[in-house]
Design a protein. Structure first.
Lengths: 415, 349, 522
């Protein structure tokens, strides 16, 4: 079994196969302690590589950042990168390897819910610490996981409220389109409960699911058009994941669905995904996140500059999950400084209540439920692939990982 | 002779591994939990490879859908594990698994009934793959679909199953499948004890499967199978019922694969439709090819070596491991038509 | 130019004694406010019918209207900007573009529609009529009536009359409303149906008439829907055809199972991307990027195919199953190589303008341009393959080698070279599929994986070695899939189709168009 791991980044790979990361330009003196190990559990091959490789790079950037600040507790940070290859059982195996073989102090990883569900028992058994950076469906809480992405009440519900508002077009009919997996299913269930409570009946809700990587959207987009032609203002809420988005948006554009007529708000489409699409026909369609690359303010300027310098490409975009890693990583650093150790048992309580002026322009706080308080931003897709905020919450919203719109959660309270 | 010696040695090493796991962690002979859990997983892969080798190496049936039988066996035991969670689920429902609760199921679908019993689940882990193999095999062999056509059909079979199981409406947990298992046969799963028990169970099955396959291969049936592999029509003309012979070995192979899957799931702690993906089945066939087709030992060797290589490479070269693995597949098919085992016999001669 | 006219207009205006009640000037400050202020301003500007509003609103629509921190508005003027009220050149420091949201866009569309109704350009008048149709209000009735009276071009006039009907539906005049209902019914569009359904709740007294109109529309829509489903099926079928044609050659003719076929498709898509990037620097080349990508993708993948055949596959002839496993390994390598070279992210391949949007065929059937082109492209490629095999010397040699390798060799055909060329040809076809797929799917390293099994199914279903079979197989699968989809859902439809093919092959192991004779054996 390997003991130390070279840090592979794309540029290193490109520069020469197997070349390890060049030492940071300024090499501060580190104390005598053994390096602090940071596990990176993101897919670098397979279907999820498209989204997760940028997150791997973000974690590596943060490790470099921490080292440039003199490390933590006088110790150097060292990343341990593994490739779980978009294979969910492999996620569990690699999590075990990180914790037992490499004895990492903290792990940043996972994108899909199923990968998180796969590693959760491992982190609980081995008392590890995982930061999960993606918006998700909630309905989960683990002492060993910190969730730095949005809970449903920090994304889905404000977005639909916006669609129903005067500015958002007063939608009276909602199409819920999603990829058939747990995040869209749960989110849509929560939304249905919410819509019903706002007087939108089930006859005015269309719900449809497609498989991962669905590429032929002709029929569904045509059906959406028909559904929208029933005399009430209609909007689409999309929880379509990853690869399926490009063909979906192309079809939307080609079938002439304009944002003024049927706006589509997406929860899984950020700047990274838009980089693969010609966004001119999509101007005005919406995305709901807690951070956009276009967010003004100093924290974001610093974050963007740091990223583009690290990746050596002034055109690379930032997105919400990357910001969630940045925020989570900085909070973890603060907690380690506070606890004066990297021991999970001490860092976990120290993390609660950590505050950080995040790139989204708000001060975020780690709540006792292991989720963050975050602002909610609704943005419009621009012709240049950026997303501009058109609406945002006045302050931060506290995460509710157990949604009040899922009736079964009432029974859960006893546990 | 030497081969048998090596095999026995390897078996012995495997057999003492869980015991070495109990040694203090600083001991030189200590075997980590991680190594135990991945080795346990590899043993189930080795059983799958044996099953494939029996059908491919001896009867010439190249199924690119054996992952489907493996996964179905895994799902059967997964359903049992889900039922055992009981009120410990997030929503505390006594009978419904969590995913059914939040998808709004009111009662257990009929096909989930009975899975609270372990013997029933184990039976289903063999019966469902066996039955599927029987139906697909009967239809295919009767129409004399052979060679690459059979490969393509079995590939389509596992692909169709994958698409179907991805649907949340199927009642199998959709993309997430089943996770967060708690216990099996009264053992709490996330303990060293349970891992040791499952490890030994897999090892015993591997040994039993190996001897079973050897017996089949060395029997008259086995010789007929080889004859079918090499000249199907001639065997038919000699008056043998080719369809029945092939069907027998195909179903046996599927049942073995199902059992392997049943042991795999409690060890990795998750089962989901991704396991049906055609790539997985092809990879399993490649283990056999790498080890050496039609030798049984080769299948086991291939499963262990390819997976060990993969585990190692995904950590030391996360960006490059696919080159190495892909290159290995190319090199083996080109230069080692008889697989790693071929190296052994070459060295001997 | 427009800005200049505006400036002159403004100067003239300022020359007059400034009237505080100038409605145009009074409506402007709202444009520097929040989204609701902007929308209100736009509505007012549209209602005024002031010609000065047109360039202003257009600039707003194009995102070129700027506001200064102190609330002044700046219009683009030459290279710089000018104050929207005074027309004086003004500096840009601190100014930012006035942003839009969907509500503002809606208001803009209506307002511009009203203003452009008098435009000298008939296309603009038509667009204006369509805009009013969507954003209709009772005030539009007199505007439209005046415009119709002036209109000379029948097509534009028809659009205006439809817009008039839409506006009359929300106006108080009862008799006009009845008339409008009948005309909307005759129009037979989904949009008209939406308006009628909306009007039904507001006008209970007209419910009967509305129902009659809706029923008329429904009848037309049903036929149209069937035609559209057929088109969708043909479109899916042509994608399958393109993906499978290469296999029909490599697998069907040569018997080589190339599991890296999907990766060749992916290479074709990346070749398209590279050609596009190369063309980007030269502006006159940009619209030609896609046509240029066709030969480029073909050559790149054909070269890769030739390399694969000469380097690896030829050592495995007669061992199709080993070839299958080996090419699987090659596929893994290709995928990761592309991921390392281009990054894991999707690459953006633009669609040329002639491939964007929808084309409405006579009878109101709407088809998307990109898919229409792909159907044509698929058929063209099929014709090319057919011609290459039947009409060229290479095709003749290829057929000879397939039928009897030894005799072909004794006739002086260099069989090895023919093998390489045949495989390169099949791989090149995969590259062409990649060009087409770059227009509808992700250009990512995973692109090919989604198509490989479907392609094999098409070839086997159609009959190995038969081009006609591949065509019929692909189109049948596409159409059946799309017909099942509305009631079974996208996934189950696909599962049903897969199971149906598996059963069909049990019945007819050689597919629809089975080869007969000696070549069919083995």
């Amino acid at each position: 079994m390997p003991t130390t791991t070279p840090n592979f980044t794309r540029r290193a790979t490109l520069a020469g196969l197997g070349a390890s990361l060049a030492a940071p330009m300024i090499q501060p003196a580190f104390g005598q302690g053994a390096p602090i190990k940071v596990g990176v559990l993101h897919s670098l091959s397979g279907t999820m590589a498209i989204s997760e490789t940028a997150l791997r790079d973000t974690v590596l950037m943060m490790v470099e950042y921490a080292n440039s600040k003199g490390g933590l507790l006088g110790r150097k940070l060292e990343a341990v990168v593994v490739d779980p290859a978009s294979n969910w059982p492999l996620f569990a195996e690699k999590a075990r390897e990180l914790l037992q073989v490499h004895k990492v102090d903290v792990t940043f990883g996972c994108w899909t819910s199923v990968s998180r569900k796969s590693v959760l028992p491992v982190f609980e058994e081995l008392k590890g610490l995982l930061f999960y950076p993606v918006q998700y469906e909630g309905e989960e809480e683990s002492p060993n996981i910190f969730y730095t992405g949005a809970a449903p009440n920090q994304q889905a519900i404000p977005a639909v409220e916006y669609l129903m508002s005067k500015d958002g077009g007063e939608a009276k009919r909602i199409v819920l389109l999603g990829t058939d997996y747990v995040y869209p299913r749960t989110t849509n269930r929560i939304l249905r409960g919410f819509l019903n409570s706002k007087g939108i009946g089930n006859a005015d809700i269309m719900e449809e699911y497609t498989p991962f990587g669905h590429s032929d959207w002709q029929g569904i987009v045509a059906r959406v058009k028909r559904f929208a032609a029933e005399g009430k203002k209609t909007a689409i809420v999309s929880t379509i994941n990853g690869d399926a988005n490009v063909p979906f948006y192309r079809e939307l554009g080609n079938q002439g669905i304009k944002a003024e007529d049927i706006p589509c708000v997406a929860f899984s489409v950020g700047e990274e995904e838009l980089a693969g699409i010609d966004t001119k026909p999509l101007v005005g369609h919406l995305a709901a996140w807690n951070y956009f690359m276009s967010t003004p303010g100093k924290p974001n300027e610093e974050f963007k500059a740091m990223w583009q310098a690290y990746i050596k490409n002034p055109k690379r975009v930032t997105n919400d999950p990357m910001e969630a890693i940045y925020t989570g990583f900085r909070m973890w650093m603060q907690a380690v400084e506070k606890a004066k150790t990297t021991a999970v048992a001490a860092v976990t309580p120290a993390l609660i209540g950590q505050k950080l002026m995040a790139p989204c322009g708000f001060e975020e706080e780690m709540l006792p439920n292991h989720h963050l308080s975050k602002p909610v931003l609704i943005g419009e897709i621009q012709a240049d692939g950026q997303i501009n905020t058109v609406w945002k919450t006045a302050g931060v919203v506290k995460a509710e990982n157990w949604s009040p719109f899922i009736p079964e959660n009432a029974n859960r309270a006893k546990k | 002779m030497t081969l048998r010696f090596v095999l026995l040695g390897a078996l012995l090493v495997l057999a003492v591994m869980p015991a070495l796991n109990r040694l203090p962690a600083d001991s030189a002979l200590h075997v980590s939990d991680f190594l135990i859990s991945i080795t346990g997983k590899w043993i189930t892969y080795a059983i799958l490879a044996l099953a494939i080798d029996l059908a491919w190496g001896y009867a010439g049936i190249l199924s690119l859908g054996h992952g489907a039988f493996f996964t179905l066996g895994g799902y059967a035991i997964g359903m049992h594990l889900m039922r055992l969670i009981g009120t410990r689920g997030v929503y505390g429902h006594p009978t419904l698994p969590d995913f059914m609760v939040f998808l709004g199921y009111k009662e257990l679908p009929w096909y989930w009934l009975g899975f609270d019993s372990f013997p029933y689940a184990l039976f289903m882990a063999m019966a469902v793959p066996g039955l599927l193999a029987l139906v697909v095999g009967y239809l295919a062999f009767r129409s004399r679909i052979t060679g690459v056509y059979l490969s393509i059909i079995t590939q389509a079979m596992t692909y169709a199953l994958m698409l179907a199981f991805f649907r949340n409406d199927m009642g199998f947990g959709g993309n997430n499948g089943f996770t967060d298992f708690k216990e099996l046969l009264g053992m709490s799963l996330n303990t060293a004890n349970a891992r040791a028990v499952l490890f030994y169970a897999s090892l015993v099955l591997l040994v039993v499967a190996f001897f079973l396959c050897t017996r089949v291969a060395q029997s008259k049936l086995g010789r007929v199978l080889v004859a079918i592999r090499d000249a199907e029509s001639r065997v038919r003309f000699l008056g043998y019922d080719v369809t029945q012979h092939k069907l027998f070995v195909f179903v046996l192979s599927a049942v073995l694969a199902g059992l392997a899957g049943a042991l795999y799931v409690p060890q990795v702690g998750i089962i989901n439709p991704g396991e049906f993906s055609p790539g997985n089945s092809i990879e399993a066939v490649i283990w056999v090819a790498v080890g050496g087709r039609g030798t049984l030992v080769g299948a086991v060797l291939g499963a262990f070596s390819v997976n060990a290589l993969k585990t190692w490479l995904t950590t030391v070269a996360p960006d490059l491991w696919l080159f190495a693995l892909g290159g290995l597949f190319v090199a083996v098919t080109l230069f080692l038509p008889r697989g790693l085992i071929g190296l052994f016999s070459k060295a001997k001669s | 130019m427009t800005a200049l006219i505006l400036r002159i207009a403004l100067l003239l205006l300022l020359a007059l004694p400034a009237r505080a009640q100038d409605a145009f000037i009074a409506a402007l400050p709202g444009l520097a406010g929040g989204f609701s202020d902007i929308a209100a301003s736009v509505d007012r500007l549209g209602a005024l019918g002031d010609p000065r509003a047109l360039p202003l609103l257009r600039a707003l629509q194009e995102g070129k209207l700027q506001k200064t921190p102190d609330g002044r508005l700046l219009l683009p003027e030459g290279a710089g900007t000018a104050d929207a009220v005074t027309g004086q050149p003004a500096d840009v420091a601190g100014a930012e573009a006035v942003r839009l949201n969907n509500r503002v866009r809606q208001a803009l569309r209506g307002a511009l529609g009203r203003l452009q109704l008098v435009s000298p350009d008939p296309a603009q008048r038509g667009a204006a009529a369509e805009a009013i149709f969507r954003g209709r209000s009772a005030e539009d009735v007199p505007l439209l009536q005046a415009a119709i009276a002036r209109e000379q071009i029948p097509a534009v006039r028809a659009k205006m009359e439809l817009a008039l009907a839409a506006a009359q539906l929300v106006a108080p005049d009862e008799a006009a409303k009845r008339d409008a209902i009948a005309r909307l019914g005759a129009a037979g569009s989904v949009e008209a149906r939406a308006l009628l359904i909306e009007a039904r709740t507001a006008n209970p007294s007209l419910a009967a008439a509305i129902d009659v109109s809706i029923a008329t529309i429904e009848k037309q829509l049903q036929i149209r829907r069937m035609a559209e489903t057929l088109f969708q099926g043909l479109s899916l079928g042509s994608v399958l055809l393109l993906a499978a044609l290469g296999l029909a050659v490599t697998f069907g003719v040569m018997g080589v199972i190339n599991m890296a076929h999907g990766e060749f498709v992916m290479l074709g898509a990346y070749a398209t991307f590279v050609v596009q990037e190369l063309c980007r620097g030269t502006s006159w080349l940009v619209p030609w990027a896609l046509p240029l990508a066709v030969p480029a993708a073909f050559l790149v993948t054909a070269a890769a195919g030739a390399l694969l055949e000469r380097g690896l596959i030829r050592h495995l002839y007669g061992r199709p199953l080993e070839t299958l496993l080996m090419t699987f390994g090659v596929g893994m390598i290709l995928q990761q190589a592309v991921r390392v070279a281009f990054g894991a992210q999707n690459r953006e391949v633009l669609s040329p303008s002639w491939m964007q949007g929808t084309l409405t065929l006579p009878g109101g059937v709407a088809v998307t341009q990109n898919r229409l082109w792909i159907i044509f492209f698929g058929l063209a490629v099929l014709a090319m393959v057919f011609a290459a095999i039947r009409l060229t010397r290479f095709g003749l040699e290829m057929r000879a080698v397939v039928q009897n390798r030894r005799i072909a060799a004794t006739m002086g055909i260099r069989t090895g070279r023919v093998d390489a060329m045949t495989f390169a040809f099949g791989s090149g076809l995969a590259g062409l599929a990649g060009v087409a797929l770059s227009q509808i799917d992700n250009v990512s390293p995973n692109l090919g994986t989604g198509y490989i099994i479907d392609s094999f199914m098409v070839v086997v279903f159609g009959g190995v070695g038969s081009l006609a079979g591949t065509l019929v197989g692909a189109l049948t699968l596409g159409v059946v899939n799309k017909m099942l989809e509305p009631w079974a859902g996208a996934v189950l439809a696909k599962v049903f189709v897969l199971v149906a093919i598996m059963l069909f092959i049990q019945r007819r192991p050689k597919g629809i168009f089975a080869l007969k004779g000696r070549a069919a054996e083995s």
